[in-house]
Design a protein around this ligand. Structure first.
Ligand code: ATP
Ligand code: MG
Length: 420
């Protein structure tokens, strides 16, 4: 039979990689907790309509990237391509929006894209969504929080914050008209994708990776010249808050988000250490979305962070803590007819030392072969129980990483020894 393989663009997370993911996941969840954010988990599968409504018909995601199918009762369902739509749906449905909410989520997202480095079909995002706060202070807080994250991970030298304001829907419309006028007159110079977008979603052209299109855009009207007064003041205050907080940024007037629901603040944290897929974290303000989805008008701001890209970055920059390689602290070597003594000693140790990661050898084998496994496990100590030790209630401790003589001690004395 032909060997079955995982679907292209959907990766297994293998045991040697999972410590890296656990490190990233715990760093992020602990950081969010320190800022008073709570976790929300929503289903991976939602009604298709949720995304066409929330994400926008004219986006790459809805046009070509969704995993959509009919379930057995004929209802159209979609594997979530992003986390905001489901979070907004859940917040409305469960009446969370009667007060401000600071939320975070983590999990897989699904997009039918061309798989390449940093671009998968099942990928993972951490996301933050804040509801019910309309000022630039909260925009600043989530950027200050992400800046802390980069520092904590030791990569702040390698990311830069790009910032823009999209204005309100009226100013965006006025800008869209001016942009379409400018580009329509130069239509034949645009790349094919951008020509198509000219009708469907012209702001996305600003995002084009095509060099000739980018050249053409250099002379195009500038989004920031069209800002309404309120958006302008919001943007100015945000910049001031970031300046005072010492968070550096670059204004990028061509920064737009792929999703339709953004207004006012938009931002991306980008890196040059990942090649073409350089955006690690992206987000902004989406004050109109909750109402558009049937809730009470509620201001909102958030971001999504691509975990595969972050992990790639940590690996490329060699920014991972060394201790991640070590899976266990101690390895119990059991030689001879000592299974029950070994199991009992291991349980007793786990009772006494809650921090201890202890792997017990199973399946017998010679002393030599077991010691080899102990060494490979990365453990600091081998705890050896042979028939003599078992009979005397003792354990021999052999130091695998330090220059120290081995010792044979009573089981009761072992915690003090390992502790020290
Ligand atoms: P891109 O322009 O790279 O396609 P996007 O605008 O579609 O990104 P968002 O929808 O804003 O991305 O998602 C937020 C973050 O999730 C991105 O900045 C990126 O880090 C990550 N991300 C998005 N799509 C993928 C993917 N297919 N594979 C891996 N990570 C992804
Ligand atoms: Mg995309």
């Amino acid at each position: 039979m032909k060997q079955l393989r995982a679907i292209r663009g959907m990766n297994d997370l293998l045991p040697d990689q999972s410590p890296v993911w656990q490190y990233v996941e715990s760093t992020l969840s602990e950081l969010f907790a320190r800022y008073g954010y709570s976790e929300i988990r929503t289903p991976y599968l939602e009604a298709t309509q949720l995304f066409s409504r929330a994400v926008g018909e004219a986006t790459d995601i809805v046009e070509k990237e969704m995993y959509t199918f009919d379930d057995k009762s004929g209802d159209s369902v979609t594997l979530r391509p992003e986390g905001t739509a489901g979070t907004v749906r859940a917040a409305i449905q469960n009446n969370l929006l009667i007060q401000p909410q600071r939320l975070w989520y983590f999990g897989p997202m699904f997009r039918y894209e061309r798989p390449q480095k940093g671009r998968l079909r099942q990928f993972h995002q951490f996301g933050v969504e804040v509801f019910g706060i309309d000022g630039p202070d909260i925009d600043a807080e989530i950027l200050i929080m992400t800046a802390r994250l980069w520092r904590q991970l030791g990569i702040s030298e390698h990311v830069t914050l790009q910032l823009n304001s999209l204005g309100n829907s009226a100013s965006r419309q006025a800008y869209r008209d001016a942009l379409v006028d400018y580009l329509s007159a130069r239509r034949e110079q645009l790349d094919e994708d951008s020509q198509r977008r000219l009708e469907r979603n012209p702001l996305r052209i600003l995002d084009s990776k095509n060099a000739q299109t980018q050249e053409l855009l250099a002379g195009a009207p500038c989004l920031l010249d069209f800002l309404d007064e309120e958006s302008e003041a919001h943007f100015a205050q945000l910049r001031e808050l970031l300046d005072v907080a010492g968070v550096a940024y670059e204004i990028n007037a061509r920064l737009v988000r792929g999703l339709d629901y953004y207004g006012k603040t938009v931002f991306e944290w980008v890196t040059d250490s990942l090649g073409a897929q350089g955006t690690v974290c992206a987000g902004g303000r989406y004050d109109g979305l909750v109402e558009q989805m049937g809730g009470k008008p509620t201001p909102a701001v958030g971001f999504g962070l691509g975990v595969e890209r972050l992990v790639l970055m940590l690996e490329t920059l060699d920014a991972l803590p060394e201790a991640l390689d070590q899976q266990v602290d101690a390895y119990l070597v059991a030689v001879g007819e000592v299974q029950s003594a070994a199991l009992a000693a291991a349980e007793q140790l786990r009772d006494q030392l809650p921090w201890l990661r202890l792997q017990t050898h199973m399946g017998g084998g010679s002393f030599k072969s077991q010691m080899k496994k102990a060494d490979k496990s990365g453990a600091d100590f081998a705890l050896i129980i042979g028939e003599d030790e078992a009979a005397a209630g003792q354990v021999t401790v052999k130091y695998l990483r330090a220059e120290a003589p081995q010792q044979t001690v009573a089981l009761a004395e072992l915690p003090a020894l390992l502790q020290g």
